[in-house]
Design a protein around this ligand. Structure first.
Ligand SMILES: *[C@@H]1O[C@H](CO)[C@@H](O)[C@H](O)[C@H]1NC(C)=O
Ligand SMILES: *[C@@H]1O[C@H](CO)[C@@H](O)[C@H](O)[C@H]1NC(C)=O
Length: 396
């Protein structure tokens, strides 16, 4: 009899314990267990495919090396003493907003070191703030990684996953497994994270409105590696180059509207290639103010571009106070010039951004394929001065 009463007492005790636990979780810590009180919502996507405008233009804003930290509490580097006190990451945000308002780009390309991992404890939050203005204005944007993005709480794969899921992002983690068969979730085995192709279609209503007329390739140039005992930067690997070669040949209608099947292409990556050093001895346009920091490994990128034939220009970052374009074997290599205020720079040398504009040719009553590719830069001064405008390619 007494043992039955004992069990009953235990049951009451357990029930009381469980009820108080539920009460405790519900009232005291439940808000900490919810990610958000709003309902889960889908990513806001831009109108796809990317395409030229009615006026036959497509404009890309390159943003190189924002080095974003934690916003208002992250101080600027290499600004004048008189500027230091009122300068933070918010100045980088302000510059991005001004560039968007003045150029109205169709796509923004963030070419790595978007955040400076060492200056933030929350990589996702920093990315949200850094990319913020692109999302605010609803502009499609594509990002790749530099050598600093992953120095915080997310690794390179996690960063690319996050970037691909953000609003208005057209960034991809890596290319699909096969061009012909859409195997859901299958990705091609390739080095790095953030190797992808964006196709840009012709102007609405034109003969090429359903065709790719401009190809954009994004590549992961890695971070740091040790080669034969020497510390060096990352480089673009064989697997990435062979994907690039395959991709540029695939998915094009042959000779649409009397225009050659393989359209001109641009490439975007973070770390320069070795040959960029040789540009010192050529008539480059812009400023060459620091040594080219790149891998000691000869990666074969230039050889691949030359053999592909359609890559007209590559846009890089990494060296903030170089902002020149130079030509290597018919392919332009252009630095974006440092954009961010928390990135190293040079006092009295304005932060800057590069703009790339492609124009379609005029056929009989219709826009045709790309006929002209131009670039220029804008400085973060009072009037957003436009400098170094040049033609990169013209259809012959
Ligand atoms: C940073 O932004 C503040 C506030 O808008 C402005 O007063 C200051 O001049 C900016 N500094 C630089 C270096 O652009
Ligand atoms: C493009 O595709 C749309 C929808 O399938 C079609 O209505 C239109 O005629 C096509 N335009 C051309 C130029 O092929």
């Amino acid at each position: 009899m007494s043992s039955v009463i004992g069990n009953w007492k235990h049951t009451v005790l357990y029930l009381t314990l469980i009820l108080s636990l539920v009460y405790f979780i519900e009232t005291l810590i439940s808000h900490k267990l919810h990610i958000d009180h709003t309902r889960v919502r889908l990513k806001r996507s831009p109108d796809l495919p990317l395409r030229f405008r009615d006026d036959g233009t497509f404009k890309i804003l390159q943003v190189a090396d924002m080095h974003y930290g934690m916003g208002s509490i992250t101080r600027c580097r290499d600004v004048l003493d008189s500027e230091f006190e009122y300068c933070s990451d918010l100045n980088t945000t302000r510059f991005l907003r001004r560039m968007i308002e003045s150029e109205k780009p169709d796509l923004i390309a963030f070419t790595g070191d978007n955040i400076f991992g060492a200056s933030t404890t929350d990589a996702a939050e920093s990315l949200l703030q850094a990319i913020g203005p692109a999302i605010e204005y609803g502009i499609p944007w594509a990002a790749i990684l530099g050598n600093h993005d992953h120095e915080s709480a997310l690794n390179r794969e996690e960063l690319m996953i996050f970037l691909s899921l953000m609003d208005f992002s057209v960034s991809q983690i890596n290319p699909p497994f096969s061009f012909d068969r859409a195997e859901i979730g299958a990705m091609r085995s390739i080095d790095g994270f953030g190797n992808y192709r964006l196709r840009v279609y012709g102007a609405p209503g034109s003969v090429l409105s359903n065709s790719t007329v401009f190809d954009l390739f994004f590549l992961d140039s890695g971070d740091r590696e040790t080669v034969q005992g020497r510390r060096t930067y990352g480089w673009i690997k064989e697997s990435q180059l062979s994907w690039l070669q395959d991709a540029s040949q695939q998915g094009h209608n042959q000779n649409v509207g009397n225009f050659p099947g393989i359209p001109p292409a641009l490439a975007f990556f973070h770390i320069p290639i070795l040959e960029v050093r040789d540009l010192w001895y050529t008539p480059f346009i812009g400023q060459f103010q620091e040594g080219v920091a790149c891998s000691i490994v000869q990666s074969g990128v230039l050889k691949t571009f030359v053999s592909m034939g359609n890559v007209k220009a590559a846009f890089i970052g990494h060296d903030h106070i170089n902002d020149f374009c130079g030509n290597l074997k018919g392919v332009w290599f252009c630095y974006g010039g440092g954009f961010g205020y928390h990135a190293y720079g040079r006092p009295n040398w304005h932060r800057r951004a590069r703009v790339i504009e492609a124009k379609l040719g005029k056929g009989q009553n219709t826009w045709t394929g790309v006929e002209l590719i131009k670039t220029w830069k804008r400085l973060d001064d009072e009037g957003l001065s436009k400098i170094d405008e040049q033609v990169l390619w013209e259809a012959s």
